[in-house]
Structure formats: C-alpha cells, structure tokens
Design a protein around this ligand. Structure first.
Ligand code: ADP
Ligand code: MG
Length: 221
C-alpha cells in the first residue's frame, strides 16, 4: 500500500533574479513499512522535499497525498492536527522550544493532542538516546548531539505512522549513530512505521530499503 505520494511536486523560492527552483517536478511513492534514505549534495533540495512531504511548507505546484489524504487541500488547522497525529518530523535545525525542558519538549506532541505520553515508551526512548539524566535541562544546556537526540525522541514519542528525519545523526559520533539507527529500525518494524531519512551517513543508507538520490531538485536515482 502506498502511504506517501508526491505528484508533480515543485517548490520555487524567490522571484526574478533571486528565483531558486528547489524542487523540480518530483514524483515519489513510498510503501507503508518502507525505510527510505534520501541522499544528495548540499543545496540539492532534500530538506525542502522533506518539509513539503511533512506538511510544513506548501509546494508551489503539485500534490502530497498521505494515507489517501491530499494534505494541502486541508485547511491550516486540520493540516496541523493531521500532521501531529500521523507524522513525526525531525528538522535539521532541531526546532526545540527553548523555554521547555527536555522532558517537556519530547512530550510536546502528546501534550498538544491532550493525550498522555506512554511513560514506558518515553523511558525506553530517553534511555536508548542517553537522555535519562538530562530530562530537566533546557535545550540551551545541551550539546548539539544531545539536542539532536531530543528532537528525534520528540519525533517518535507519538508512535507516528510516518517518521521524517533530516540528518538525524549529523552531529553524532559513529557509536551513537549506530545505536540511533538500530533504534529507528526497531521502532519502524515494531510499530509498522514508514520512514524517510535524509542522510550523509553511509551506515544509515545501507540500512534503508531504498536510497533516493536528489540532484538539483530532481530525483535522479
Ligand atoms: P538540502 O537540504 O539538500 O541541502 P535545501 O532543500 O535546504 O537543500 O535547499 C534547496 C535550495 O533551495 C537551495 O538552493 C537553498 O538555498 C534554497 N532554499 C531553501 N530554503 C529556502 C528559503 N526559505 N528561501 C530561499 N531559498 C531557499
Ligand atoms: Mg538540508
């Protein structure tokens, strides 16, 4: 079953001499349960693609269909709710809330939905990610690698059907990266999730079911 579909997807930033075609007619289908890695040079459009698929940034042209929902046909509020329930997204810039603690940041998606986070799962996540002794810290008191792990935990906490992660191991040493990939894979299999992960990390790409290469806003391989 196709769970993610991008049709004729384009994104253009700026106007006239500042115009940048970040995505150029992307066609993409991802099957439920698939683990897809996206690779490509810096500036090739990887983050832009992830944001369009994740419902956070409207495409200039084309459609994104998730679980049979044409997501940019939804009004803003419905899209926010849809995204929160279905998609766990980890941004390249982490986007943690500076005034919330590590624990509050991780549990935020559950909180926003008036749900209680699964405590057992929360403890599992923070232990695997080495955050158990940092729960009351603020993001500013953490290293880049630790902030990255908080962002990943927040993406996973609701056990979303779809996980989108932008360079989840970019700041981490290879040992920690391996553990995080193992955890991600376990999560995908256990909860029947679908994942798209942008990476330069060969060990992530090797673990993926499929590798998609982006160049100049197009899928080349
Ligand atoms: P990648 O993640 O592969 O490094 P991005 O998707 O971030 O690439 O960027 C693709 C292209 O779009 C780049 O040329 C970048 O400069 C441009 N771009 C990305 N975001 C914006 C923005 N908000 N405004 C203008 N240009 C942007
Ligand atoms: Mg990027």
């Amino acid at each position: 079953m196709v769970i993610i579909k991008a049709e004729n997807l384009s994104k253009v930033y700026g106007k006239n001499e500042n115009k940048v075609i970040a995505l150029d007619n992307i066609e993409l289908e991802v099957i439920k349960g698939e683990f897809v890695a996206i690779v490509g040079a810096s500036g090739s459009g990887k983050s832009t693609l992830l944001h369009q698929i994740g419902g956070v940034d409207k495409p200039t042209n084309g459609k994104v269909i998730i679980d049979n929902e044409d997501i940019y046909k939804l009004d803003e509020e419905s899209l926010a709710v849809f995204r929160r329930r279905k998609i766990g997204i980890m941004f390249q810039a982490f986007n943690l809330i500076p005034v919330l603690s590590v624990e509050e940041n991780i549990k935020l998606p559950a909180l926003l939905d008036n749900k209680k986070a699964d405590e057992g799962y929360f403890m599992d996540l923070v232990k695997t990610l080495g955050l158990a002794d940092r729960l009351n810290h603020l993001p500013s008191e953490l290293s880049g690698g630790q902030q990255q792990r908080v962002a990943l935990a927040r993406a996973l906490i609701n056990k979303p059907a779809i996980i989108l992660a932008d360079e989840p191991t970019g700041n981490l040493d290879s040992e920690t990266s391996k553990e995080i990939i193992a955890m991600l894979k376990l999560s995908i299999r256990k909860y029947n999730q679908t994942a798209i992960v942008i990476t330069h990390d060969i060990s992530i790409a090797e673990n993926a079911d499929r590798i998609i290469k982006i160049k100049d806003g197009k899928v080349v391989k």
